[in-house]
Design a protein around this ligand. Structure first.
Ligand code: DHB
Length: 395
């Protein structure tokens, strides 16, 4: 027997997009149910990117979703672009008067989950959405199965697919689970976490003859670093000494502080935007709507921007019976999504060395990097995008 529950907004996915949306809706007096196929532990421990735009931090802190971001997170006011063995600082504070925060995504998720549970949110882990039906009706329904396979139907006034890049909700919106604008890249990132002091105060994005490396941080004793690798790389084949060698040769001019490597993963690169973000009363946000390659860390920040646009639209729809903001949701969200797609693609293609790069490509790339760092307009363009375009007007 299928158990049926009713709610105003059914949200599939307890990632940053789904949890923040339920949090903001609750603030407006709109109740929701959030389901996720993963366990709470899996959500809270999966390692993701670590950079939050200043606007994202303001949303998390001012809405009461996370206070820790301001106390535990580290504010960064610049990054270094390194190429031809030289470092060039992009001074965000001087160029655009903004900064970013280094605060790992899973820490933001811990904060959001505990805030939602403390507020009595109906948040169900281990519940897998199978399909969404009735997008064009005023009772769209999520069909799901619980941890023991028991069937569940969630009838709602609105359904949100915040269920990541392998979204189940997408088929109800675009007509196909894969339908979208898509680009793949011939490289990936090998990511490590290690026990070592920081090798630099700020992040280093390094372009070298041997490919790209990113030197990031986590804490005074734990560091996060990435280097460009083949997408088919098996992360277990490298010894620790080989990993340090790969990293070191991609950041000429800096000697990295080495230490025990306790986590390793290979991240594939994709650019994707779904053909549609809305059908009737089902919308897609976050990675269900779009994926960006990781260079520049736009993924979670873009999800937060989607949430702001959709939350405003749902308030108008469900509290004032005004569907106009919802009709405007795709265009408004896509405006920022395509800018972020461009920025992520641009940072990626400017900094990585494609396996088939010719001598011309390589020299053109160094010319591009010089054009950026030697021009205040170039540095400002990068700083504006990296720290995040203003969120005003979306809420
Ligand atoms: C991190 C990840 C990114 O993709 C990035 O551009 C910067 C930092 C990180 O995980 O620290």
């Amino acid at each position: 027997m299928t158990a049926t529950v009713r709610t105003r907004v059914a949200i599939i996915g307890a990632g940053p997009a789904g949890l923040l949306l339920s949090h903001l809706l609750a603030g407006a007096g709109i109740e929701s149910i959030v389901i996720d196929q993963r366990s709470r532990e899996e959500i809270e421990t999966t390692i993701r990117a670590g950079i939050l735009e200043e606007g994202t931090v303001e949303v998390l802190s001012s809405s009461g979703a996370s206070d820790r971001v301001l106390t535990v997170g580290n504010r960064h006011e610049g990054i270094e672009l390194r190429f031809s063995g030289e470092g060039h600082r992009i001074d965000f504070a001087a160029l655009v008067g903004r900064g970013v925060y280094l605060y790992p995504q899973h820490e933001a998720l811990k904060d959001l989950i505990s805030a939602r549970l403390a507020a009595g949110q109906d948040l169900r882990f281990g519940v897998t959405a199978q399909r969404v039906e009735g997008a064009e009706t005023d009772r769209p329904t999520v069909f799901a199965t619980g941890a023991e396979g028991q069937p569940l139907a969630i009838e709602a006034e609105f359904v949100v697919g915040a269920d990541g890049s392998r979204s189940v909700a997408r088929a109800a919106v675009t007509g196909a689970s894969t339908g979208g604008y898509f680009r793949e890249y011939p490289f990936a990132w090998f990511g490590i976490l290690c026990e070592a002091p920081p090798s630099s105060d700020e992040l280093i994005y390094s372009n070298s003859e041997n490919g790209f490396a990113l030197i990031s941080q986590r804490s005074p004793t734990v560091q996060r670093m990435y280097f460009q690798c083949d997408p088919e790389t098996d992360p277990s084949v490298y010894s620790e000494a080989q990993l340090w060698d790969e990293l070191q040769k991609r950041v000429p001019g800096t000697t990295l502080h080495e230490g025990r490597i306790f986590q390793r993963d290979v991240l594939r690169f994709r650019s994707f935007v779904a053909h549609e973000l809305l059908r009737g009363r089902v919308a897609l946000i976050g990675d269900a709507a779009h994926t960006v390659p990781p260079t520049g860390a736009k993924g979670m920040n873009l999800a937060v921007a989607d949430v702001l646009v959709l939350e405003k639209a749902l308030r108008a729809l469900l509290l004032e019976d005004d569907s106009r903001p919802l009709e405007a949701f795709p265009e408004k969200a896509l405006h920022r999504i395509w800018k972020a797609q461009h920025f992520s693609w641009w940072m990626t293609s400017m900094l990585h060395v494609a396996p088939d790069a010719s001598n011309f490509d390589r020299r053109r790339q160094l010319g591009e990097l010089r054009s950026v760092v030697e021009s205040e307009a170039g540095r400002t363009f990068l700083a504006e995008a990296y720290t995040g375009w203003p969120l005003e007007g979306l809420q």
